[in-house]
Design a protein around this ligand. Structure first.
Ligand code: ATP
Length: 503
């Protein structure tokens, strides 16, 4: 695995996985572009998620809802009022920071002093942040008295009181910008699922339990985007809302925890690198009955959230439904007099309308990329003493599946065979198959090791009957990325040989 974020960033840029957004104009903070190989890896991760959660189950439907949503959706979901992070400004240079990030970035003794001044337990970081948040005036004083430094300038800052900062991007809809013509870019894909609950039930005749899965972009105006693609302002999520009979929710929560850990393992992210955080009651989001955060051990960053699996009770459908008071909701919801739909489904035993409970596994595609890349990243010393970097990606995730290399670039009898093999493999629909004749063979191998290509196929003089060994005519060399083993395979067997090993 990678030992630092730096070596990942450098590989990603060098080999065309990830670029800074709007780079030729100096870049835009919190936005990244996925390059030729990045888009392949990202698509493969999403396809693996969809396969596991939609195609391989009998209790799931897919959805692709729009990104811009009616402001009522995000009012009744609770986002207008509460989707905010506390921020503080440094009056000396007008820099703005997320309160928890600012404190986390301080030296241990400064953090301890902040905790002491706020009367909080220094070992309990969330409690320290909560205390700062609860009394803004005292917090501002404590940050100054403790000597909290500005991470940008390195100097002790002059800190304002913490204020909530709403992270939703607001945009104008239609040609006239008046008070009613705004909407939001969704801050999570989940709300599109809740607002389509009735449509999906009515059009598919689903009964409980069942889920709706969606992959798509979400937008958060993070105060301090940072750590490469770990915290960005335009992100992508893979989310499931799994609807079940109230009372069965805890079992389903455990089911999804297991399923999701297994999935991460199948993508090359082992359980041993994921800590399961059973989020303590005082830190739970307002909608959550219980939440498991999966904390992956990122290089340089340490354990940080890669996926959240929340039991959201009947909060969401209960918040978006009409006739709330008739439905015996368990969650505490705000009154809704705007909704025109009753979001219930018949109870499977009694047929009486019920608002189901929801289990939500919510993973970030960008954070998945980072974890998958980090686990695959390997530095090896070979027998001859040279060092190689190799991305040991699971074959189904590899951006390029096969590179076909002619041993001599200008020998027509060799290049024509290599091109024919490439065309045949390309026709199989495996993903990207490249004809690789840039530079010598050693360079080609190094390049494909670094981008994780599982197989390199080489066409040489023996293949075309101009070598020493007549037994090798019509065979090619296949080099395995991980073992470096070279197999001689008949051209007529090659397609099958590769297909079996890519699965
Ligand atoms: P954090 O505490 O790290 O800000 P969160 O608890 O706000 O994350 P959720 O609202 O639970 O995150 O979102 C679900 C998933 O979406 C996260 O587990 C993460 O993988 C991804 N995600 C959330 N915010 C970002 C972001 N700014 N950049 C990249 N991925 C994100």
């Amino acid at each position: 695995p990678a030992t630092s974020m730096e070596e990942l960033v450098s590989l990603c840029k060098r080999r065309g996985f990830i670029f800074q957004g709007s780079e030729i104009y100096g870049g835009l903070q919190g936005f990244y572009d996925y390059g030729p190989l990045g888009v392949e890896l990202k698509n493969n991760i999403k396809a693996a998620w969809w396969r596991s959660n939609v195609y391989e189950r009998d209790d799931m439907e897919g959805l692709d809802a729009s990104i811009i949503m009616h402001r009522m959706v995000l009012r009744h979901s609770g986002h207008e009022a509460t989707f905010s992070d506390p921020m503080v400004d440094n009056k000396k240079n007008n820099k703005r920071y997320r309160l928890d990030h600012l404190v986390k970035d301080q030296k241990a003794d400064v953090q301890a002093r902040v905790a002491e001044l706020m009367g909080a337990d220094p070992a309990n970081f969330p409690a320290v942040v909560a205390a700062l948040n609860a009394s803004p005036a005292q917090a501002s004083q404590a940050l100054r008295d403790a000597g909290v430094r500005d991470p940008f300038s390195g100097e002790i800052g002059e800190w304002t009181e913490p204020k909530p900062f709403n992270m939703m991007f607001k945009t104008t809809i239609g040609p006239v910008a008046d008070d009613d013509s705004y909407g939001y870019l969704r801050p999570e894909t989940a709300q599109g699922i809740f607002t389509n609950f009735k449509n999906v039930v009515d059009s598919t005749s689903r009964r409980l339990p069942f889920g709706i899965a969606q992959i798509g972009k979400a937008f958060r105006n993070e105060i301090t985007p940072r750590n490469f693609i770990f915290r960005v302002r335009e992100l992508e999520q893979m989310e499931i809302e799994f609807f079940c009979v109230p009372g069965t929710d805890e079992q389903w929560h455990e089911h999804w925890l297991e399923k999701r850990l297994k999935w991460w393992e199948d993508q090359g992210v082992p359980r041993s690198k994921i800590e399961i955080l059973d989020v303590p009651g005082e830190d739970l989001a307002h909608y959550s009955k219980r939440t498991y955060d999966l904390m992956y051990d990122y290089p340089t960053l340490g354990h940080e959230e890669i996926e959240g699996i929340a039991n959201r009770s009947d909060y969401d459908l209960g918040s978006h439904t009409k006739a709330q008071s008739e439905l015996g909701l368990v969650a505490k919801v705000e009154e809704n007099s705007d909704s025109i739909a009753k979001l219930t489904i018949p109870h499977p035993d009694t047929n009486k309308p019920v608002v189901p409970f929801v289990i939500e596994p919510s993973a970030g595609v960008d954070r998945a990329m980072l974890a998958v890349l980090s686990e695959a990243f390997t530095k090896e010393t070979l027998e001859n003493g040279s060092e190689r970097i190799v991305l040991k990606l699971k074959p189904h995730l590899a951006p390029i599946k096969v590179a076909v290399i002619p041993l001599a670039r200008n020998k027509e009898e060799i290049t024509s065979v290599a091109k024919a093999i490439k065309a045949e493999l390309q026709g199989l629909g495996l993903g990207r198959v490249l004809y690789e004749d840039s530079g010598n063979i050693g360079k080609a191998y190094r390049r494909h090791d670094e981008v994780g290509t599982p197989f390199c196929v080489t066409v040489d003089f023996d293949t075309v009957g101009k070598g020493e060994d007549p037994a090798l005519v019509d065979t090619v060399t296949v080099r395995d990325r991980d073992t470096l083993k070279q197999d001689r395979v008949k051209i007529s067997d090659l397609a099958g040989w590769i297909q079996t090993r890519l699965r």
